[in-house]
Design a protein around this ligand. Structure first.
Ligand SMILES: N#Cc1c(-c2ccc3ccn(Cc4cccnc4)c3c2)n[nH]c1N
Length: 245
């Protein structure tokens, strides 16, 4: 997978080179390029914003720098490849979910447009739709100052699902949101710590009982913290014992 990110603060995306994403890049599983939008301006002040038509507070990002920036990478998605996916972080976007991360992890080329100010001139997304599949995406119901943090969140959630990125693919199963339930609590050595003991069952070696205990904890946690997730599960996903929670 190739990911191109555009921002007026490219240094914001520097942490992507760390940890698993960095390893995936080194292994050639993933390429992530971060571009400075101001490289696509031509005036002395490298202007990327202007006042909003219709009035109102704040500034809006000009369309031309974005169009020149995006077409510089759209063109590299050769005609034989699938169309690139343009992700536009926005408070008005569809909420980003694990299901969306799984879907986007199958894309060949992701382009992320990190806006600032009051957003990007809407015509940029209209123009982009001729060249890419455009998705406005929000990472949650709160307001940020720009799209960079959202880009980091989405890239990490997507990249970790690309085969070969996570060392042990098994660690992707039974994660929160992966199968509709929250994950079970985890423990490690020492077995007794500051008066708090690891649940006996986890020391028993009885893998069937441990699996049941973990399932029960996932149901209990989901019921307590995110009951709506349980309601959304298909009937066949819960057996009779599960319904006791
Ligand atoms: N994803 C996501 C987001 C954003 C977000 C994303 C991109 C931009 C570009 C500018 N702003 C500031 C801004 C503030 C208010 C109105 N319009 C724009 C952004 C906020 N806020 N909250 C999220 N979950």
């Amino acid at each position: 997978m190739r990911i191109d990110v555009f921002s007026i603060f490219p240094e914001y995306l520097a942490p992507l080179k760390l940890s698993l994403i960095g390893k995936a890049m080194d292994a050639g599983i993933l390429s992530v390029a971060v571009h400075d939008l101001r490289e696509f301006t031509h005036d002395r002040h490298r202007t990327v914003d202007d006042t909003p038509y219709g009035g109102g507070a704040g500034m809006v990002m000009k369309p031309e720098p974005w169009a020149e920036a995006l077409e510089s990478v759209f063109a590299e998605s050769t005609s034989t490849d699938a169309r690139p996916v343009l992700l536009v972080p926005s408070p008005a976007g569809e909420v980003f979910t694990q299901a969306m991360a799984r879907e986007l992890a199958t894309a060949q080329h992701l382009v992320v447009a990190c806006g600032r100010y009051e957003g990007i001139d809407h015509r940029v997304s209209e123009w982009s739709a001729e060249h890419a599949d455009v998705r406005f995406v929000s990472i949650g119901d709160y307001v940020l100052n720009g799209g960079e943090v959202a880009a980091m969140v989405m890239i990490e959630a997507i990249a970790r699902l690309i085969p070969g990125t996570i060392g042990n693919p098994e660690s992707l199963t039974e994660e929160s949101h992966e199968d509709g339930l929250l994950e079970y609590p985890v423990y490690t050595k020492p077995a007794s710590w500051r008066g708090h003991d690891v649940p006996e069952i986890l020391l028993s070696g009885n893998h069937g009982a441990i699996a049941r205990w973990r399932r029960d904890r996932r149901l209990e946690r989901t019921r307590a913290v995110r009951p709506e997730m349980l309601e959304a599960l298909p009937a066949e996903a819960l057996d009779k014992k599960d319904r006791a929670f």
